[in-house]
Design a protein around this ligand. Structure first.
Ligand SMILES: Cc1cc2nc3c(=O)[nH]c(=O)nc-3n(C[C@H](O)[C@H](O)[C@H](O)COP(=O)(O)OP(=O)(O)OC[C@H]3O[C@@H](n4cnc5c(N)ncnc54)[C@H](O)[C@@H]3O)c2cc1C
Ligand code: FES
Length: 277
């Protein structure tokens, strides 16, 4: 049997440039049997390996029922993501995964769902929005909050506009700096909490973004009566093995690669936002 820690060859079937620094790779494993057996939960991640450059953890953003392809949306920040950005349709890269614990979507059924993202955090939680939209009748109200530094950083604008017209769905967008014709709020996304219409006693919150932004959101949400166990955060830490062996992603007594990247606030409250962790 092939070692599950070895990257498997995957081919880029489509490459989409989402913004000057963000792109999506739509992938398929070269081995049809491996592709057919590949299963994942929204919120899990793969390790993408670029030969001669290195390996990085990247969330899977497509729907688990899209068996044809799986998608990764990547922002260029450094060495490996820069290398990945240079790949073209038809090129191959190494992929191993999926890893980690994803979003609690099963336990969120029949409840309101609130998705809060800031900046780069959009990729891991957009899988939640796609999942809920595809199974709309199973969930209550959907609230989507997204904050970006500059309005031009917002990708998937047409999707947000479409989602805002869906029944029982509220979309609140904010940009710290808004270009001309920016139709949403100018300022921090956390300034929009008073507009949120949600049943605090029956709401599951899923968020991703800068930890400072998430702390402001948590303070507001718990103040509104949402339980710490109903607030879930996706945490980013530097990773190497992705399987709980090397300690690179250690977070107190937990490993982000295995016990996360999604944690309830209650699970990580003692460490969250503390310098050095
Ligand atoms: C579970 C998980 C899921 C992720 N999902 C996505 C995703 O869907 N899309 C996406 O674009 N990125 C995602 N990331 C972040 C991505 O892994 C990093 O941007 C990538 O590892 C940077 O590698 P690099 O070689 O390009 O940059 P490097 O050359 O390693 O670093 C460039 C700069 O980015 C900083 N940096 C590197 N890694 C991280 C990190 N993990 N968190 C914060 N800062 C970092 C470095 O300190 C440095 O300042 C995820 C990270 C984790 C842990
Ligand atoms: S990345 Fe090695 S323990 Fe998590």
């Amino acid at each position: 049997m092939t070692d599950p820690q070895l990257p498997r060859a995957a081919q880029i079937v489509e490459r989409v440039q989402e913004s000057p620094t963000i792109f999506t790779l739509r992938l398929k494993f070269a081995d049809p049997a491996h592709h057919a057996a590949f299963r994942f939960d929204p919120g899990q991640f793969n390790m993408l390996y670029l030969h001669g450059v290195g390996e990085v953890p990247i969330s899977i953003v497509s729907d688990p029922q899209d068996e044809h392809l799986f998608d990764h949306t990547i922002r260029v920040v450094g060495r490996v993501t820069h290398g990945l950005a240079s790949l073209k349709t038809g090129d191959r890269l190494g992929v191993r995964g999926p890893y980690g614990r994803g979003w609690p979507l099963k336990s969120a059924e029949n409840r309101d769902v609130m998705v809060v993202t800031g900046g780069l955090g959009c990729a891991p939680v957009v899988s939640v929005i796609n999942y809920v939209m595809r199974r709309r009748a199973r969930f209550g109200r959907l609230v989507i909050m997204q904050g970006v530094k500059h309005s031009e950083d917002l990708i998937w604008r047409e999707r947000y506009a479409r989602w805002s017209k869906s029944p029982d769905t509220q979309v609140l967008e904010a940009a710290n700096v808004g270009a001309t014709l920016w139709p949403w709020h100018v300022g921090h996304v956390t300034e929009l909490f008073d507009k949120v219409q949600i049943d605090a006693k029956s709401a599951t919150v899923m968020m991703c973004g800068p930890e400072g932004m998430m702390q402001v959101a948590i303070d507001h949400l718990t103040g509104r009566g949402i339980a710490e166990t109903d607030i879930h955060l996706s945490i980013e830490r530097s990773m190497h093995c992705a399987v709980g062996l090397c300690g690179h992603c250690q977070y107190g007594g937990q490993f982000v690669c295995q016990d996360g990247p999604v944690f309830s606030y209650r699970e990580i409250k003692a460490l969250f936002g503390k310098r050095g962790f």
